[in-house]
Ligand binder design. Sequence first.
Ligand code: DHB
Ligand code: FE
Length: 279
Amino acid sequence: MAEIVGGVGTSHIPAVGAAVDKGKTGDAYWKPYFDKLPPAREWIAEVDPDVCIVVYNDHANAFSLELIPTFALGLAEHFEIADEGFGPRPVPAVEGHPELAWHLAESLILDEFDMTLVNEMTVDHGLTVPLSVMFGEPDAWPTKVIPLAVNVVQYPPPTGHRCYRLGQAIRRAVESYEGNERVVIFGTGGLSHQLQAERAGLINAEWDYQFLDQIVADPEAVTKISHLEYMRDAGSEGIELVMWLIMRGAMSPTVREVYRATHVPTSNTHNGLLILENV
Ligand code: DHB
Ligand code: FE
């Protein structure tokens, strides 16, 4: 049986990827943030997953207003890096795991989650920055990746409750796979941030700390946070945090918190990192 051996929650701030790509991680602005990453990188090196399911949102790069899948599962052998306006990030190509991905597709759809199946798509900062955060700058990513893109860009996004239930279904799906892959699941985005309009630059650290405490200890409470509350308390892009509930749903009801770090400033977002293990 395949097994979920860890959960990672992390922001996916594009400027973090740019700092890595341009060799600026030791600069005065960036060093205090990157100094917080070694425990997370040591943990994942130790866990050494075969596959990472990376739950992220596409930021109008692979998809556009022409096609808005709520939950898009990447089945391909290979995913090219998106060009977000400055050329693709100079990071290794992302290699998929079609066999496990197709098993997830079958299991999830028969479990009544209507996934969109994607055989070809590029992956943007939502997916590549979390890989850089956790793995640094290897010549090749040390893990296969199954992308799961969630629409949180065009209203209406899925509810946190739906995301949590999807995570639980992902756990059932992984555990019914006959391989013995060890899987880490990522929930990305957040913490509080707003990139637009009058409240641009909003950060609500107190709310974020409570979110982190609750997603560890009482995820069912987090599933009750409404879209309006995310918008009001965590900013218009804080809605990305529903994706952390997919990660959390795929973990055991009680988890061990292995590592937590938060940081400001990194661009316009309260930067969060959380690592969980099943107990
Ligand atoms: C920023 C954060 C995001 O999550 C994103 O998708 C784009 C930009 C930022 O803080 O700059
Ligand atoms: Fe984002």
